[in-house]
Design a protein around this ligand. Structure first.
Ligand SMILES: [Zn+2]
Length: 343
């Protein structure tokens, strides 16, 4: 299996696990175009191809502008249900067999929707896709740093009723520099007490101190990104010893300028040093990427071999928030499909 086409085919059909994807950044373009039309259209877009071109952003402020621009078109629970359905269907089309995806309902209360309505609709979209395609999916509620630590317990209260129906964890995205992890210690402790799994974005916009804070003050089980740990040898040693999984998102890091180019991205070094790394797509629609693209990228540009990619997917499987029996069921499916891939 040496040619580029064969490698590409292998990566396309490889069973995959996605651990770091935001539903708000992972919409299906055709569906978003449908929503725009449904709500009266927009003069700047006359087709889904147009829309896709519009989402090639110039810089970070432009990224934020586009992010909020598209949010205005999610006006009813049905919009969330259908959008989620198409996103999960797209993941299944890449042979993703299991995904833990972030959602952030608080971004949409401005559209006169409740957190409960959005959560129910999102879960319903997931269940519909699970019934039709060979994929399973759970949600992680991103309680977002920028909404402040004060109301964080209230946000946790709003999602707690859904803990047994698919919202299995909480995450912490948003402005790492302005809202340090230590401010959220209380809500993370309470979330853990209520049975939620814990992850937090850290070591992306901010340096190693942010990763240390997520470990010490939040007690996270995984780190979102974590790539700037590379700046602190002591932290690298700690992450290696403790085998804390990092949810690495390469294209995202380049597009948001965490690193200037692929050649200086630390993923190969983190992997060589024996850290627990996983490959993920973050906001695939916004970044013009997919999980398959991410795997192709690290294979072609960072020299990760196909067996190593399979190992990284198995890493991701071990880092899921599934319980023991669910994990072993998923492992069986993964190995069965991997064997078919090899054959
Ligand atoms: Zn993220």
């Amino acid at each position: 299996m040496n040619t580029v086409t064969e490698s590409r085919h292998f990566i396309e059909i490889m069973p995959k696990i996605e651990l770091h994807l935001h539903l708000e950044g992972a919409f299906n373009f055709e569906f978003l175009f449908h929503l725009i039309e449904k709500y009266g259209g927009d003069p700047s877009v006359s087709s889904s191809a147009d829309l896709q071109k519009k989402f090639v952003f110039r810089d970070f402020p432009h990224f934020i502008e586009l992010w909020f621009w598209k949010n205005q078109f999610f006006k009813s629970p049905a919009d969330f249900e259908e959008s989620t359905y198409y996103t999960i269907k797209d993941l299944a089309g890449q042979n993703v067999i299991y995904a833990e995806v972030f959602y952030s309902p608080w971004d949409f209360v401005i559209n006169n929707l409740t957190v409960e309505e959005i959560t129910e609709a999102t879960l319903s979209g997931i269940r519909k896709a699970e019934n039709e395609f060979p994929i399973r999916c759970n949600l992680i509620a991103d309680i977002v740093r920028d909404y402040g630590a004060e109301g964080a317990i209230k946000r946790l209260d709003q999602i707690t009723p859904f803990r047994d129906s698919g919202v299995i964890g909480i995450g912490l995205g948003g402005s790492e520099q302005k809202f340090p992890a230590q401010e959220f210690g209380e809500v993370f402790r309470e979330a853990q007490r209520r049975g939620f799994h814990l992850t937090a974005h850290a070591g992306e916009a901010s340096g190693p101190e942010s990763v240390w804070a997520a470990i010490k003050h939040l007690g996270v089980e995984r780190i979102g990104h974590g790539v700037r740990a590379i700046e602190d040898p002591g932290l690298i040693e700690y992450l290696k010893t403790e085998q804390i999984p990092l949810e690495v998102c390469v294209t995202s890091n380049i597009k948001t300028r965490v690193f200037d180019s692929l050649s200086v991205h630390p993923l190969p070094v983190l992997s060589e040093k024996g850290l627990f790394v996983t490959i993920n797509s973050d906001d695939p629609a916004m970044f013009g990427s997919t999980l398959t693209d991410e795997l192709l990228l690290v294979h072609e540009k960072m020299d990760f071999s196909l067996p190593v990619l399979q190992n990284l997917m198995e890493n991701a499987l071990n880092a899921t928030f599934l319980n023991k029996s669910e994990k072993s069921r998923l492992k069986n499916i993964f190995h069965l499909k991997s064997a078919n891939t090899a054959g």
